[in-house]
Structure formats: structure tokens, C-alpha cells
Design a protein around this ligand. Sequence first.
Ligand code: ADP
Ligand code: ASP
Ligand code: MG
Length: 805
Amino acid sequence: MRVLKFGGSSLANYECLSKVANLVKSQLKSEMLLVLSAPGGMTDSLVELAELAQKSQPFEVQWNALLERSNSLKQQVEQAGFEILSWPDFSLLEKKLSGVALLGLCPDAVKAFVISFGERISVALMQALLCEFKPTSLDATKCISSQGGYLDAVASVSASKAGFKQQMSQAPSKVYIMPGFTASNEQGELTTLGRNGSDYSAAIAAASVEAQVCQIWTDVDGVYSADPRFIKKAVKIDNLSYKEAMELSYFGAKVLHPKTILPCAKANVPCEIKNTHNPDAPGSLISDVAGEDKTVKALSSLENLAMLTVSGPGMKGKVGMASRVFDALAKDDVSIVLITQSSCEFSISFCVHEEDLQLALSGLEQALELESKAALIEPIQVRKDLAIVTLVGDNMKAHKGLAAKFFGSLSQAQVNIVAIAQDSTESAISAVIDGDLCNDAVKVCHENFFTHIPSIDVFLLGCGLVGAELVKQLEKQQAWLEKRNIKLNLYGVANSRKLLLDKEGVSFTNWQGQLADSEQSFNIATLEKFVKQNHLINPVIVDCSSSSILADQYLSYFEAGFHVVAANKKANTSSQAYYHELTASSLKNNRKFLYETNVGAGLPVLDNLQLLFGAGDELISFSGILSGSLSYMFGLLEDGLSLSEATLKAKESGFTEPDPRDDLSGTDVARKLLIVARESGLELELSDIEVESVVPDGFCEECSVEEFMAELPKLDTAFNDKVKAAASDGKVLRYVGTIKNGHCKVGIEAVMADHALNDIRDGENALAILSQYYQPKPFVIRGYGAGAEVTAAGVFADILKTLSR
Ligand code: ADP
Ligand code: ASP
Ligand code: MG
């Protein structure tokens, strides 16, 4: 004998019903017992009808919809040439509902009758579709014996065996059909087995008749590593142990009712999960062997929970307190999902389903009234809107570090852990967390334990030369990223006026046009909302602007959960206090702050400085050529070009800012030097840096760029003299930033041929760091340090670093 249970999703319409009938026909080798749910969604409608009636509210619309749906199914079966022999008594259902409406009261016994009505419809329809086998319809109330209320009853295999035997022997057949979800109590009254309970009916049936298998036919190929409806990359699990399946279903995997496994396990009946819509797929097998040596098999989540905490001096060391607490809950039939106790026994916390909260609270308050009055117990604390995320796998016990990885993943998802529990066999670890972050938590955990394809969700601010180049590089690198199993999405682009957001990812080719057409503008709240709605777990703001307004907002970006990658130097060159706040905030919020391109564009400068000084080295002195534009121009001066010629050529070759005064003023170099100084441990402000401009202070300050370029030749002679004077000493002029004895200066220096910076020109940067570890010869970093391409590449590298932990 085989037991096959078909869920509501397999019986939702006529097409599904005939699919099931054909499937049964094709599989009919030996006897089978079919356990049927109500057509998908019908139990929900029946629950709604009962509730409306109980509130004495009109329910005609819902009633008519139920009639129409049922009759339409019936007609379709009949039109296909099948005769329906027994159709459930709708007039009885209507009478019961009217009675409920009249009384304004719905006793559980009546409710059980109403909500189990859908199963009868499925049985009547399936019996007709399978008429060629003369199936025997089993009365579930005569087969399954249960205890403990009308709505969430607990069935007994031993008490059900006789019922099945007797019912089946009355009309032996090759095919038996029984409504799921339905049972009876000791008085023979109809009970139901809890929502989703047809799985449980099937398990009780399989154990009672000692079936060779209990198959649960549903709408997915088997048990997955996470709910496949939500996690697209969830993987199917071929084999699970009973224990694993039990933990998973108990902690929320809807594919199985939590009570299903125990009867199968006790009777050693293997349980298979199969897809009605893909019957040839292998499915998942649940048996007494775990089958696979994966450490973590799956993860599940359970939402809408509340946590109650009972604490107070009266709890400590007092024998029987815990049992008093739990007895009080048991008395009211409140089921406890998870328990944790503080190690000092000062408090016990436990989770219940939110719908049971009031009952649990009033029961507890009543039971602990005396202790409360004597101040031995503090008022019971309640936290609502919680969820539990659980990792399941029998092999977890043999592995170290899984809990750390689990909690690390939760922290990565910015999830605060409210409580932790682990079962004694170490097959499951659960964390209680805020309910609204449940999806994010599952997503990150699944990514870290299963797919291993981390994602980076980029929002680009500022799309000038570097920003636009970055978009090009992101597009170009997609194949490379795929090879490395990284999913990098560009979800947003903004300039100072507009913001373009696209949950499918911004088009790499058409983003400029779409940005121009966008109606919204950037603010962090909009991005935060977008991230929440789309459950993005690694959001990164990439600031390629030079805006002080944006730089001043970074703290709020960290607070909102974003990493920040900044090509913009303004934040790090704002006040020293702000510089410290940025580091502190990124640490506190567990978000990265990366700004490698602030100095030396794509060159690995700051990384090296951080490594060096993080390892205890100390700066003695520093000198560096930190501006690609000035490196290029001073190279030209060395070749004999005048200052104005060199400036013009640098401008035309794209080496300078649109206004070359931005480079010539030395402010940009001063900013970079300030960052180097701060990274080396010095505390100072931008105003502390002595800046010598290439052009004299006040020269052509108010005029336009064109006027400035026209005036510049006036400085040529004087400048040429400086170049010549240096050359006569065997030196060349370089624009250098130096740090010595805590003093920072940027300006023109004449350097000797053997100086580390002597041959740095043509746009190259160089940084010579003399330190306790590196002396008397300095540690030198050298390479091209300007241009949109290398800068964007540096930004790209920083973006990837958001993944490292
Ligand atoms: P049925 O109507 O057949 O009883 P259910 O809707 O009760 O079907 O259960 C199947 C659903 O369970 C799937 O569609 C899936 O979304 C959900 N589910 C949740 N967790 C898992 C999981 N770990 N593996 C497979 N399905 C899961
Ligand atoms: N029809 C019932 C429900 O929807 C039982 C089941 O489908 O398993 O809860
Ligand atoms: Mg189900």
C-alpha cells in the first residue's frame, strides 16, 4: 500500500484535478490510498465565511463565490463525461453558517465542520475522475482518531489502525480516497488537524496501514534549501533524515506540516515530496538516513512571533519555576515555539505565535500573581513582530564555526539577534530576530551557506568622467564577475539633480537618457526604502562626485546600512573630528568606508599605509608627487616648454580639471596630503597645511578660464628662470607634498637626480614613505595616478572590497 497526499496547490482547478487523476492512473501498480486537501484557497474562503457569520456580518458574496467555484468544478468534471456519485451537502453547510450568524457564536465543533468542507469537494470530484477503478471513499472521521480540541487535534496512530482496517475491509478496492485535515474525537465528533493538516492526515494513514511510502504531492520538486518561492537560487535536497525534516517544518518550511514526520518516523515509513506538475522529477526522500554529507541542509523561517520574558529575583535557583511557567501556558493550549534561559537563571524567554500572545500573557499573569505581588517577579516583558531563522542539518554537530558563520551572516544583513537556541543534538540552530528583517536574514544566510554567490548592490552618485567610466567598467566586468561568482548590480545612478532607480538593474547602455527623464532626485531615505523593498543585503553608495553636501551625509549613509565607496575627497578632508566620526560610524554600523582613490587614483596607497601603520610602523617623513596633472605639467617644463604652454598642453590632453587653476592652486594636492597625514596618524586640519600655489596668489583669480589662459604667459619668464636655476644645480622642479616633524607642506621643490621623485613625470604619481621599518631608503609606491580610467578601476576595486569580512 502506498499513501499519496495531494495538496491544495495540486487540486486548485479542473486542469490540476485531471492531472492528478492521470498521475494516479499511471502509477497504479499496487493498492493506494489518496489523501486529498481542499482545492487550493478553498479552506481560506471557508474560514472567512465562518468568521463573517460569527460576527453576524453579511456573507452572501463569499457564499456565492464558494458555490460558484464548487459548481463550476463539478460541471467541468461532468462535462468531461464523469458522473459525480455523492456531492457534499451544501444546504447543511449553509444552515450551520446561518445558525452561527444568528447566535453570533461559532463553537469550535461547528467551525471544524465548516472549514473541512473543501476536502469533501475534492474527494467527490476525484472519485468521479477515477471511477474506472471503483475507488472506495473513506470516511476520515471513522478512520483517524484524535484528541485535544476540535481545531488543532492530535491524531493517534494506534487508535486509528482499527478504523482504517474496518473502513477498508468494508469495500476493498485498489484505490481508496480520504479527505485530509479531518478526524474525529473519542465521541466520534468531527475534528480538524490544524491548518495545512492534510500532510499530517497522510502520515497518520501511512503509519496506520503500514504503507511502504507516504508521498506528499505538491507544487515544488521537493524540499529545498529555503523556500523556493522567495529564494530563487534555492537548491533541492535529495535526502533528508526524519530529524532534519522535522526541524525544518517545525521552524516554518511550509512544504510539510510539522506534525507529519513523527508518525512516519515512528512507523519507519519513508516520506517522499514530489511535484504534481513535474512528476518525473526525483523529489526529496525523507527517511532514517540523512543521505548526504552536507553540513547545513536547509534554512527556514517562521514569522509573526512574540517573545515573553519572565524575570526577577524569584526565578533564581527556585526549583519548579520553569515548570510553573510552562504549565500555565499548557493549560491554555499555547504552544511554545522556542525557549531560552539566561545562564544565571534570572530569566526565561520563550516565543509564541502572535495569535496566542494575549492568552499566554493572561495565563502567566494569573499563574504568577503571588510572586508578582511579592516583587519576586518583574512585569512580564513582551516583544512583538519577531521571527525565527533556523539552520538545519544533522551533520552540523561535526563542524566548528557554523554558528559563527550564521551569526556573522545575520550581522552582515544588519540584523540584531534577540535570542539564540540550539537543540541538544545540534541538528538545528535558531536565532530570534526582528520580523521585518526576516527576508533579508534568510537571503544573506542562503547566500553564505548555499549559493556562495555574494551580491553587491551599487548606487552611484555623481556621473561625471569617473562615474561614467565606472558604469562602463561595471558593464565590461560582468563576465569576469560571473566567473568569480559575484553578482554585482547597479540599481541606481544619481547626479546633483536627478535619481534613476531600477529594481531590475539600471541599463548599462541607456542610463544617461533614463536619468535625464527621471522625475525623482536623490535623498538617502529614497534609497533606504528601495533597499528595504527589494531586500538588498549589500548596498553600496559610490560617491564619484566632488560634492561637499554628499560628503557631509556619509554618517547617515552608514546609519541607513550602506557601505560607502568614495572617490570624493571632501569627507576625509573635512574636520579631523568628522574624519574620526566616519571611522567610528562605519565600524559601529558594520559598514565599510573605502576611499582608496582619494590619493593616487588607482594606486594602492591607502591600503598600504593602513597595513603599515596598522602593524605598528611609524612615519618619519613623507614626500610625494600626488597630482597627475602637475606631474605631467612639470615634466613638460623640464622638456623646455613654458608654464603657459605646459598648462595648455596638459589641459588639451585632458590632464587638468576644466579650470586648470584647480590644479595649479595646490588645494587638491593639499587635500591628498592631509589624507596621507591622517592615515599616518597625524591629527590636523586642511588649514594646517602650508600651500604654495604654482601661480602667485591672487593671479587672475576673478577672471574666466579663457582670460586666465590668455594671461598666463605673463608668468612664463619668471617661471622659466626658476626652472633654469634648478637645472644649473642639476635639479628638476617637482610639485611635492611633504610631511616632516608633523608639519605638512605642498609646493614646488627642486629635487636632485638621485631623489626618489626626480624622474616622476608624464602623469605618474609617487609616494616615498620613510618610516621606522623603511629607512634609510623609503618605501616607494609609484605609478600612473590620474585619469578617469585608473580612478574608476580603483573605485571598482573598492566596491569589491565591500565583500571581504
Ligand atoms: P500544498 O498545497 O501542496 O500543501 P503548500 O503551499 O502547503 O502546498 O506547500 C508547498 C509550498 O511550500 C511551496 O510552494 C513553497 O513555496 C513552500 N516552501 C516553504 N519552504 C520550503 C522548502 N524549504 N522547500 C520547499 N518548499 C517550501
Ligand atoms: N485544506 C486545509 C488547509 O488549507 C488542509 C490542507 O490543505 O492541508 O489548511
Ligand atoms: Mg501544505
